[in-house]
Design a protein around this ligand. Structure first.
Ligand SMILES: Cc1cc2nc3c(=O)[nH]c(=O)nc-3n(C[C@H](O)[C@H](O)[C@H](O)COP(=O)(O)O)c2cc1C
Length: 179
């Protein structure tokens, strides 16, 4: 997709995917977006674990109580980690990388959905981070932030409509300020 404004309008969370695999070239483009992300003081505190193994995808899908099930049917899950010792603002750093991955996915005609891991628990109260750590052998110095599920879209979502945006959230010169 050429036009960035159009890309922003079309990016929606996609939770249903076809069984078609993502090509190697597409995976490379997704990872380029991640690695080109800005990070505070160029600390690049993130690491990305690509998961396409069906058994592991199914395990990740139950890493937390709700909102992760879609991973089981995704051809690719990008697990986003960060080393908090590399950046005091690692949450911001990884969030930007996750967002750029999602935008790149849309620009490649793919669908994606963010699955939150940090601060989430499974049905028995075990931290989702611990579950993911065990499934993927993640060393202790890394925090698990989120998983971006990516695949070919099996559902269509309406693009954003300029007129329906929450313009009241925009303030001019002071909180509550209007033109
Ligand atoms: C920080 C964050 C955490 C999210 N966690 C989940 C999640 O765990 N599971 C899920 O299905 N969607 C998750 N989402 C997707 C949101 O539900 C989605 O962005 C929101 O409903 C708006 O829909 P849209 O992305 O189609 O505009 C998350 C999004 C963000 C930014």
């Amino acid at each position: 997709m050429e036009n960035f404004t159009e890309l922003l309008k079309r990016r929606r969370s996609i939770r249903k995917f076809t069984s078609e695999k993502i090509s190697e070239d597409q995976v490379v483009e997704l990872m380029k977006a991640a690695l080109m992300s800005p990070s505070s003081k160029r600390s690049t505190p993130w690491e990305f674990v690509l998961v396409d193994d069906l058994e592991k995808l199914e395990k990740l899908a139950v890493c937390k109580e709700r909102g992760a099930g879609l991973i089981a049917k995704a051809p690719l899950a990008i697990v986003i980690l960060a080393n908090p010792l590399s950046s005091d603002v690692w949450i911001e750093d990884v969030s930007i990388a996750a967002t750029l991955i999602q935008l790149q996915a849309e620009s490649l005609g793919l669908g994606s959905c963010w699955v939150q891991v940090r601060e989430r628990t499974d049905a028995s109260g075990i931290s989702a981070e611990e579950n993911v750590r065990e499934i993927l052998d993640i060393p202790l110095q890394f925090q698990v932030s989120a998983i971006i599920a990516v695949g070919h879209k099996a559902e269509e979502k309406e693009p954003f409509d300029d007129d329906k945006l929450k313009w009241e959230k925009i303030h001019l010169n002071k909180f509550g300020g209007q033109e």
